[in-house]
Design a binder for this molecule. Structure first.
Ligand SMILES: *[C@@H]1O[C@H](CO)[C@@H](O)[C@H](O)[C@H]1NC(C)=O
Ligand SMILES: *[C@@H]1O[C@H](CO)[C@@H](O)[C@H](O)[C@H]1NC(C)=O
Ligand SMILES: *[C@@H]1O[C@H](CO)[C@@H](O)[C@H](O)[C@H]1NC(C)=O
Ligand SMILES: *[C@@H]1O[C@H](CO)[C@@H](O)[C@H](O)[C@H]1NC(C)=O
Length: 245
């Protein structure tokens, strides 16, 4: 038993030391004034100008944090459709005010694709595209593209618009300017959900919403938590093993 524990605990200690040193090595270059910190989507949009409203929504819904965290922690990348301020000001007045906080989260997440999509790749993607707002195939959040050469049109079933411009691309994150706010069918299709005293549609959609987004969120955090817990557990095991030697 002892013979078995000794190498095991040494291995654990070495693993932990290795992790610690790797982390500190990984962190030390960040202290030098290298321009490549973690990608910050709102910073990029601020630099581009004309995206005040979208930045405000990204921040108030905390989708900006989600995006930055995902960019930092995954290698799938992300694609962001960014409507400029004049796209927001040409919305019917009250459009945003009629939305609940959860609706606003979905609206912003509808502008985010969970992978990096270079412009040319829109020619080969299959409709409907999956957005961070949720399942496109149940008809709630469809987002379709059609292309002709470099022209990329986007339709949601509520609005048709065009990719006007590539604001940013680095192989990880692509930000495209779209001429209109992408209004999802789920929030803006057919009867406005805000008016009725939510008999069925409101309650069923909100109860369907929360698990989806809660799941998306918890997927991220549970990964992080899992890792942290794992490290703490390993540390605990190692210490206990050492103690008994
Ligand atoms: C991202 O940039 C914004 C400024 O646009 C700043 O307020 C925010 O703190 C930055 N976030 C991170 C994680 O650095
Ligand atoms: C990005 O990841 C590094 C290393 O995993 C971590 O130290 C840093 O806090 C993360 N930054 C953000 C903004 O999540
Ligand atoms: C994109 O939309 C514009 C304007 O609605 C239209 O003229 C053009 O034919 C569309 N192109 C494609 C590839 O769908
Ligand atoms: C999106 O594309 C799918 C598959 O081609 C189609 O079934 C759906 O009707 C389209 N939706 C919109 C809003 O264009």
């Amino acid at each position: 038993m002892r013979n078995f524990l000794l190498p095991t605990s040494l291995l654990l200690v070495l693993t932990i030391l290795h992790c610690t040193t790797t982390t500190s090595f990984a962190q030390s270059p960040a202290q030098s004034p290298a321009p490549s910190g973690p990608t910050n989507c709102t910073k990029i949009l601020e630099k581009a100008g004309q995206f005040t409203m979208f930045i405000r929504l990204l921040k108030s819904t905390q989708v900006a944090d989600q995006i930055n965290t995902q960019l930092n922690n995954s290698n799938q990348g992300l694609t962001l459709f960014a409507p400029p301020d004049n796209a927001f000001s040409s919305l019917k007045s009250g459009t945003l005010n009629s939305l609940t906080d959860q609706d606003k989260v979905e609206l912003v997440q509808f502008h985010v694709l969970p992978t990096f999509v270079p412009l040319a790749q829109f020619q080969t993607v299959s409709n409907p595209l999956r957005t961070q707002a949720g399942n496109a195939n149940n008809g709630r959040f469809p987002l379709n593209v059609t292309t002709a050469g470099n022209q990329v049109n986007v339709t949601t079933g509520v609005v048709d618009t065009t990719v006007a411009n590539t604001i940013y691309t680095d192989g990880q994150l692509a930000i495209y300017q779209v001429d209109k706010v992408l209004l999802p069918l789920d929030l803006f299709g057919a009867p406005p959900p805000a008016l009725a005293p939510k008999p069925e549609k409101g309650s069923s959609s909100s109860s369907a919403d929360s698990p989806v987004s809660a799941k998306d969120d918890s997927d991220d955090t549970s990964g992080v938590m899992g890792l942290e817990q794992h490290v703490i557990l390993s540390l605990g095991t190692a210490l206990v093993s050492l103690f008994f030697l």
